[in-house]
Design a protein around this ligand. Structure first.
Ligand SMILES: [Zn+2]
Ligand SMILES: [Zn+2]
Length: 132
């Protein structure tokens, strides 16, 4: 599987035509195709939540991360999971949908990757270009 290098600043990954959106959960009712991707809670399942939690020992690298530092390890985790056919099919069914998380409220989305949803969207969109 090709490395995406989402966190390589010298050569940041940007899809030519992004199709998968990352939105704030408060905007879910504006997007009929929205899918909640935060952790379990708020009456919603956490099936797509980032399993690497800030302040806890990371099961990928063994270190303890601050919030955004989990994303490099989340990318590694996600790529490992994508080797499982069943997970892969469920994951790529998300392509083109609006992925809803809580991160936008804090900082707003920019070119910087701050939410695991952006990692998901980048990989989903890359798939559309036949690169994954
Ligand atoms: Zn880690
Ligand atoms: Zn998020």
């Amino acid at each position: 599987m090709a490395q995406l290098n989402l966190f390589n600043e010298a050569e940041p990954f940007a899809p030519a035509s992004p199709v998968t959106k990352v939105i704030h959960v408060r905007d879910m009712d504006k997007y009929p195709d929205s899918v909640y991707i935060g952790r379990a809670g708020h009456g919603m399942s956490g099936a797509w939540g980032n399993p690497i939690k800030p302040g806890e020992t990371c099961f990928i690298c063994g270190e303890i991360h601050q919030a955004e530092e989990t994303l490099g390890c989340y990318e590694i985790y996600l790529k490992q999971k994508l080797c499982e056919q069943e997970f892969r099919e469920r994951f790529f069914a998300l392509r083109g949908k609006a992925l809803a998380c809580f991160c936008a409220k804090k900082k707003g989305f920019s070119k910087n990757v701050i939410c695991h949803g952006q990692v998901m969207a980048l990989i989903l969109d890359k798939e559309s270009e036949g690169m994954v």
